[in-house]
Design a protein. Structure first.
Lengths: 390, 407
């Protein structure tokens, strides 16, 4: 019996696996990929059982970067947790901040001025550009490009990080959102810089796509690899571009319509196959939509206060109760669940990390594929270990 | 005119004259031995230096392609002058020599030690039969081409030795991949130059270069690459050479993102440097052979450029080929091992076989002139493009750019 005869999932759940020691077929090979492996995107480990080069079992191991994030959140004030959310997904600190701010604002019934909402949308979409660009670069690196797409992506990333730095003082750990607004008001110069970036970004995407999207090697490597069915994706709680690549129309920007997103005209690209190529392409197309949102937001950003004047930063004590705030982060639904007992600290602080939940279907996507595919499937999931391990 | 001819001839013969001047001091019985030793020393010296600067050029060019400067810090020793990082390869050499040589405890020490040595030895052997200039052929062999590929094929053994001897799972996977890949690509590599032998009627590299002498219409050289079968053979040869020398996009055995460093995972220090060197030597040797077989060897590309010595032309062509290798590496992602072998067996091998028939047709119609000459070219071109298009379509069936819908 060859591995292709096996269905990846048995009726009882779990995967069919041939015994590691088998007198007739010979032994299977168990390889530990990670925690220090060039392409595990941090300290992630996959214990892979191989039949030749075909994966018959894949056991993800994580927690190497566990740092008690949620318990720390219970021990600090609401505001004190804000910089910690930067460290979850260190590529997307702006969206992490926003998701946390939304949760706390819901808890405290705190309104947000319009200008701040616009700034938040602008920053979230720039973060989406940043994240998807980096992801595409990393994915191509995993595919074996010797650095060229990655360096192109990182060139653009630097421009974005310059913007973040000039606004918040930090390139990656922005700590920018506050409950009831944003920390500093972006200057006209900054908005002009963001506009320039937006105007230029389409040309970069064109260049990137000209190099990669139509490439025969990339298409043969990624099409049909790591398929994820929409049923499994929904059952496993997959969100973000990974879910939309399977063809499920679920984008929180449309579903929840939080912030000022309903005012902008943008489309949600959907895949049909749920394979690595779809996941790559959905992200590229999403970036093009983000550019559209950015253009509209930058053209129509109103003047006014950046913080709600009644917002309380010191001695902030929300009423007892609980709230769940979520946004469409670049990687999927990033949410924070907070339970307040009326004290300055949350009673319970819980993160819904999209990286971690999207990673749970890794084995289902990898079974029957080769080691080389496992690497790009992992790359296409788009994980940041800071968020997976928390 | 006469003066020009003499300088031309002098420059052409300069290396040989120099060698004879050195050996002239010795008694007659020693001449053959010393001549051979000088040739060996020259090959090692020149290709060793070339290797050093190609690594630098590769890193520099990759850097420029990727919007970064590349290595530019290594100063000239004792002067503290940074000259484009030109001393980087020597700094790397010192580093490799002084690094600790780590051997895994459970490794097969003999194989682990022998693998880089064997790889390097076999790849140096291949340099012996390449004609570097009109008078510069280290060893004149009747079956030089056969010898070249026999010695080159032995490098597969060394890669497997390294993978097996390291006792590392990544190395073992790499060794299996390397065997599958090298054996698959050996076939198109060998079959792609058979048409050349068919047309030239010899296995001697010198005679193959001789066969490419002369000009069509007074300016198009009679190189094999300027014929339909020759062009196809050259392209297939280069694709197979990329795979044989483990270069991107066929670098599956040492696929960095998958197998860490493949068969090199457990190598450090100078053994690693030897592997590195052997791979570049292999690349240089295959490029040299491609030049000899298809690109007219040491011949000038245009008649009025023939005053430049032949070895300069050979060196120039070699550098252009290497730059091509680097360019390809900077551009393409890697194929998967099964796709790679499929590409060899289902695409390249049939193409080479058809190309062989094409070359046979070409050689049987050598006397066709006038309108028949046009027919000859048309048939030749159709026999190249037709199978390429048909099989290419089959190869990439099911793979196409997609269109996406929006919610």
């Amino acid at each position: 019996m060859s591995i292709s005869d096996l269905s990846p999932l048995s009726a009882q759940g779990g995967s069919h696996v041939r015994a590691v020691h088998d007198e007739f077929h010979g032994d299977l090979l168990e390889v530990s990929m990670g925690p220090h492996h060039p392409s595990t995107h941090g300290v992630f480990r996959m214990i892979v059982t191989l039949d030749g080069e075909t994966i018959v079992k894949l056991k993800p191991v994580f927690g190497y970067l566990h740092r008690n994030h949620e318990k720390i959140g219970e021990g600090t004030t609401y505001l004190g947790s804000m910089p910690y959310t930067d460290r979850l997904d260190y590529l997307c600190s702006m969206t992490n901040n926003w998701a946390y701010a939304i949760a706390v604002e819901k808890l405290a019934g705190q309104p947000v001025p319009e200008r701040a909402e616009y700034v938040r949308v602008i920053l979230a979409e720039i973060t989406r550009l940043l994240n998807h660009t980096c992801l595409a670069g990393f994915l191509m690196q995993d595919l074996g490009c010797s650095g060229t797409p990655l360096m192109y992506a990182f060139r653009e990333r630097e421009y974005i990080l310059d913007l973040f730095e000039s606004l918040s003082g930090s390139r990656m750990m922005c700590n920018y959102q506050r409950f009831g607004g944003c920390r500093v008001d972006p200057s006209a110069d900054w908005l002009e810089g963001a506009k320039k970036l937006t105007d230029r970004y389409g040309a970069f995407l064109d260049e990137f796509e000209a190099l990669l999207t139509g490439n025969e090697i990339i298409m043969t490597r990624t099409q049909g690899v790591g398929r994820l069915s929409p049923e499994l994706a929904i059952a496993a709680g997959i969100t973000g571009p990974m879910l939309r690549a399977t063809g499920v129309n679920y984008d929180l920007r449309k579903v929840d319509g939080y912030g000022v997103y309903p005012r902008f005209d943008f489309r949600v690209p959907l895949g049909a196959h749920g394979d690595v190529y779809d996941r790559y392409m959905i992200r590229i197309l999403e970036m093009r939509e983000s550019i559209k949102i950015l253009q509209q937001a930058l053209a129509s950003i109103p003047t006014g206060p950046i913080m709600d004047p009644k917002a309380k930063l010191r001695g902030f004590r929300p009423k007892a109760g609980e709230a769940y705030g979520r946004i469409e982060g670049p990687k999927g639904e990033i949410g924070f669940h907070l339970v307040s007992d009326g004290s300055p600290n949350p009673y319970r602080y819980r993160v819904r990390p999209p990286s971690f939940i999207n990673l749970t279907v890794l084995e289902d996507m990898c079974l029957g594929h080769t080691v080389a595919d496992a690497v790009i499937i992992l790359g296409s999931v788009d994980i940041v270990l800071g968020e997976v391990d928390r | 005119m006469i003066a020009a001819v003499t300088t031309d001839a002098f420059l052409e013969r300069a290396p040989v004259l120099l060698r004879d001047a050195v050996t002239g001091f010795l008694p007659e019985p020693w001449h053959t031995l010393v001549n051979a030793l000088i040739a060996i020393a020259l090959i090692l010296g020149i290709f060793g230096t070339l290797f050093a600067f190609i690594t630098l050029a590769e890193r520099k060019i990759l850097g420029r392609v990727q919007n970064r400067p590349g290595p530019n810090r290594a100063p000239i020793p004792f002067l503290n002058v940074r000259f484009f990082g030109l001393s980087q390869p020597f700094a790397d050499g010192v580093k490799a020599l002084t690094k600790e040589d780590v051997v895994p405890r459970d490794a097969d020490h003999v194989l682990h030690y022998l693998a880089p040595v064997a790889l390097l030895a076999f790849s140096i052997l291949t340099f012996a039969v390449i004609p570097y200039g009109k008078h510069l052929v280290p060893v004149e062999l009747d079956a030089a081409v056969l010898y070249f590929f026999a010695a080159g094929a032995a490098t597969e053994l060394a890669v497997f030795m390294a993978g097996w001897g390291s006792r590392n799972k990544y190395s073992l996977l790499a060794a299996m991949r390397a065997l599958a890949q090298l054996i698959s690509y050996e076939l198109p590599l060998l079959l792609s130059w058979v048409p050349v032998v068919l047309i030239a009627g010899t296995l001697s590299t010198t005679a193959i270069v001789e066969a490419q002498a002369g000009w069509k219409f007074g300016f198009i050289p009679h190189w094999h690459v300027f014929t339909p079968w020759g062009f196809a053979g050259f392209v297939i040869f280069m694709v197979a050479a990329l795979a044989e020398s483990n270069r991107s996009p066929f670098d599956t055995p040492e696929a960095e993102s998958e197998l860490i460093a493949g068969h090199l995972t457990e190598y450090s220090g100078f053994k690693y440097a030897l592997f590195f060197m052997a791979e570049y030597f292999g690349m240089l040797a295959l490029s040299g052979m491609a030049i000899t077989l298809f690109l007219g060897g040491w011949r000038a590309p245009l008649p009025f450029l023939e005053f430049i010595p032949s070895y300069v032309w050979f060196g120039g062509k070699l550098i252009v080929m290497i730059l091509g290798f680097i360019w390809i590496r900077a551009t393409f992602p890697r194929l998967r091992i099964d796709q790679l072998t499929r590409f060899a067996w289902k695409f390249l091998v049939p193409l080479t076989l058809i190309n062989l028939g094409n070359a046979a047709f070409w050689s049987l119609t050598f006397h066709w002139t006038g309108p028949l000459q046009i027919v000859r070219w048309a048939v030749g071109i159709v026999l190249v493009i037709g199978p390429f298009v048909v099989m290419g379509r089959k190869l990439s069936a099911g793979v196409a750019p997609r269109t996406y819908r929006y919610a």
